[in-house]
Write a protein that binds this ligand. Structure first.
Ligand SMILES: NC(=O)c1ccc[n+]([C@@H]2O[C@H](COP(=O)([O-])OP(=O)(O)OC[C@H]3O[C@@H](n4cnc5c(N)ncnc54)[C@H](O)[C@@H]3O)[C@@H](O)[C@H]2O)c1
Length: 253
């Protein structure tokens, strides 16, 4: 078992039905944490939760649209009802839009990006912080992106929303350090989840060439960093933005 000293911690992971969130939920469970999985598709969530339990872990699936305040309240209330506390949260759910130059983005593209990436992070943090302050502190990790640190071509709305996630992260870190709540963000570069699996092989190869470590990330790369940020090993780190990108952002800076 990985020794991140996360045994029995109660951890919410949003967007846990697939991709990075699924990998993180499985990794926290391998570390002995009790995991609450949130996403919109209940059947996929239940499948992941059942797999975790079959492997000897503890997991609960709570269907949640993280852009809906009432559903986020329900997620945290269910966590407290079932496990009595909240120690850590990975606000990972989100996603991009079809690539388009900025002036071709519709209002719907823009609103969906802000709602699904930034508003959702705000709603989750707001409720998680309340729960954590009642039990002496905790750790939150928000999902930004390399597009939250630098510009990404034809991804204006996503880029703005992921920059916004970093602003929210830093503001919350400042507001709640005194309550022993640490708030950090991760900024992955290209990670091999279903989106990147769909693009042509030659595009993936050229992406790899632009990365100093010469490979794409895998969801486990992100999961391990997030677990570490939630662990005592990172207990003097707050308001940080950790690139997980094989050096991509320094190479392009
Ligand atoms: N894959 C990458 O290369 C990459 C790079 C940087 C950042 N990210 C970010 O990482 C996160 C996960 O990416 P992924 O590649 O695993 O994506 P994915 O599409 O495989 O998984 C996204 C997950 O989020 C859930 N989700 C989306 N909107 C939701 C909502 N409103 N309410 C509840 N659940 C919702 C989905 O159901 C799914 O479980 C996203 O925020 C994405 O922007 C991904």
């Amino acid at each position: 078992m990985p020794d991140y000293q996360l045994r029995d911690k109660v951890v919410i992971v949003t967007g846990a039905s697939r991709g990075i969130g699924e990998a993180a939920a499985r990794f926290f469970a391998e570390c002995g944490s009790r995991v609450v999985l949130a996403a919109r598709t209940e059947s996929d969530l239940v499948r992941v939760a059942e797999d975790i339990e079959a492997a000897g872990g503890t997991a609960t699936a709570v269907r949640t649209d993280v852009a809906d305040a009432a559903e986020v309240d329900h997620l945290v209330e269910e966590t407290l009802r079932i496990y009595g506390r909240l120690d850590a949260a990975f606000n990972n759910a989100g996603g991009g839009h079809m690539p388009k130059p900025l002036a071709e983005l519709s209002e719907d593209d823009f609103d969906a990006s802000v709602r699904g990436n930034m508003r959702s992070t705000f709603l989750c943090m707001r409720r998680e912080i309340q729960a954590m302050s009642n039990n002496g502190g905790g750790a939150i990790v928000n999902m930004s992106s390399s597009a939250g640190i630098q510009a990404a071509p034809r991804m204006g709305a996503y880029c703005a929303a992921k920059h916004g996630v970093i602003g929210l992260t830093r503001a919350a870190a400042l507001d709640y350090g005194g309550e022993n709540i640490r708030v950090n963000a991760v900024a992955p570069g290209p990670i091999l989840t279903h989106r990147l699996q769909q693009i042509p092989e030659e595009t993936r190869a050229s992406m790899m060439r632009a990365i100093p470590l010469k490979r794409l990330g895998d969801p486990g790369d992100v999961a391990r960093t997030v677990a570490w940020l939630c662990s005592a090993g990172a207990n003097f780190i707050t308001g940080a933005v950790i690139p997980i990108d094989g050096g991509k952002t320094i190479a392009n800076a």
